[in-house]
Design a protein around this ligand. Structure first.
Ligand SMILES: Cc1cc2nc3c(=O)[nH]c(=O)nc-3n(C[C@H](O)[C@H](O)[C@H](O)COP(=O)(O)O)c2cc1C
Length: 418
């Protein structure tokens, strides 16, 4: 007779190993999804390269059911970070099919996250970024980002078409799906926010108008890829800013997108101005339940049929299984744990390991911790190691990663964003 502990472990792992059929008909082999992490590894000319192939082979072999790539931009003149990959007319990326093939090993799904940063394109990359309205990011971020220019109707339509084109290229290159980045304060999320979108035309004002952009982006993608190719979206539960995109607004948007047939809605939250996605706004109750946005996800579940992926804070098999068992979400989104432990999914699924080794980072100096986006720098450094065919290095100091990234990407790579 199995002991109670082993029995409960077995029941837990069986939840994670269940397959999931998406509305478009595609099936994910298990309930673990890698959430997007920007690789910052693109070549000159905005293309992907063999480092992406190595990194994604590592992850596919690690047992995850769904890989969502780091954000890929739809316009070379609107980058979120240095070394982004861009998919747009005129850029030929011969490596894309190899990247897709690497991520598809072991029957894994690999979806490309498509993004336009809007005003969240730093000064060293954009002299004049674009946004729904000409409203700058608030202090102290206004030192790093120029005041944006409001988009014209023609430009809005052009960006929508760019998302469609990029999705078509992804499908033709062998990727098995795409995800719209509608979270974290980038362009889609700027359109949804009453603070950042103060337009008086059909793209602003009422929630119906503010969500027009994301709906048109989705429809443009569907026109290009058809309805049997998975299309998902990452959305904010809220912006965590006064006067911003609220949980009520967010629920309405989720409901609309679900009714339109979205295959997977990933729940996150926060913006550069209030980075809740990295755990910044955690309450005590959240700490016990691990996932930062679980309570919100439970509410959304009551409203929509689309499969839900919940991301942010998951660290243990117990926390993941509790979230799945409650029915709040269908897929567990994991990011940082996979940057240091690419085999974590296999270990979770087999029961060999049930805890991630993600820990808070510090340089040992409060001033430096506040100045640099340590989480982003250290984890990006780990992705680069795997891209170079090396093992992640958990012993590497936060300060060591700061120096490595300055050396590799230039001092602009370590400015405090996201
Ligand atoms: C290095 C790094 C890069 C990231 N890049 C992206 C990105 O390109 N797109 C995105 O939606 N989220 C990005 N994120 C946020 C993660 O997808 C995720 O929402 C967040 O890390 C919380 O999940 P976790 O607690 O499992 O790490 C990034 C996070 C890290 C650490």
């Amino acid at each position: 007779m199995l002991s109670e502990k082993i029995q409960s472990k077995f029941t837990m792992s069986s939840k994670l190993t269940e397959t999931l059929q998406l509305p478009c008909g595609a099936t994910l082999k298990n309930r673990l999804g890698k959430s997007a992490m920007s690789e910052n590894m693109g070549s000159r000319g905005y293309t992907s390269n063999e480092k992406f192939n190595r990194l994604y082979t590592r992850w596919a072999e690690g047992g995850i059911g769904l890989l969502i790539t780091g954000n890929v931009m739809v316009d070379r003149f609107a980058l979120g970070e240095a070394h982004n990959v861009v998919i747009e007319q005129g850029i030929q990326d011969a490596n894309l099919p190899l990247w897709a093939a690497a991520g598809k090993k072991e029957g894994t799904h690999i979806w490309v996250q498509l993004n336009h940063p809007g005003k969240q394109s730093p000064k060293f990359l954009s002299k004049e970024p674009v946004a729904p309205s000409a409203i700058p990011l608030k202090k102290p971020l206004d030192r790093l980002f120029n005041t944006p220019r409001a988009l014209s109707e023609e430009e809005i339509l052009d960006i929508i078409a760019r998302f469609g084109y990029a999705a078509k290229v992804c499908k033709e290159s062998g990727f098995t799906g795409v995800q719209i980045h509608g979270a974290h304060g980038y362009l889609v999320s700027q359109f949804l926010s009453p603070t950042h979108n103060q337009r008086e035309d059909r793209w602003g004002g009422s929630l119906e108008n503010r969500m027009r952009f994301v709906k048109e982006v989705y429809l443009a993608i569907l026109r290009e890829v058809g309805d049997s190719f998975p299309v998902g979206i990452k959305l904010n539960s809220a912006d965590f800013q006064k006067g911003g995109f609220t949980q009520e607004d967010s629920m309405e948007v989720v409901k609309h997108l679900s009714d339109l047939g979205m295959d997977l809605i990933e729940i996150s939250g926060g913006t550069y101005e209030s980075p809740a996605m990295m755990g910044a706004a955690q309450k005590e109750s959240t700490k016990t339940r691990e996932a930062y946005f679980l309570t919100y996800c439970e509410e959304v579940r009551k409203l929509v049929k689309s499969p839900l992926m919940l991301t942010g804070g998951f660290r243990s098999a117990e926390g993941m299984n509790a979230a799945l068992a409650s029915g709040a979400c269908d897929v567990i989104g994991i990011a940082r744990s996979l940057a240091i432990h690419p085999d974590f999914p296999n270990q979770l699924l087999s029961g060999a390991s049930d805890k991630s080794q993600v820990k808070p980072l510090t340089t040992g100096w409060k001033f430096l911790d506040k100045t640099f986006p340590l989480e982003i720098i250290w984890y990006t450094d780990q992705l680069h190691l795997m891209g170079e065919g090396k093992e992640p290095n958990l012993k590497k100091s936060a300060l060591g990663s700061v120096w490595t990234m300055v050396y590799k990407l230039g001092k602009n790579a370590i400015k405090k964003v996201r």
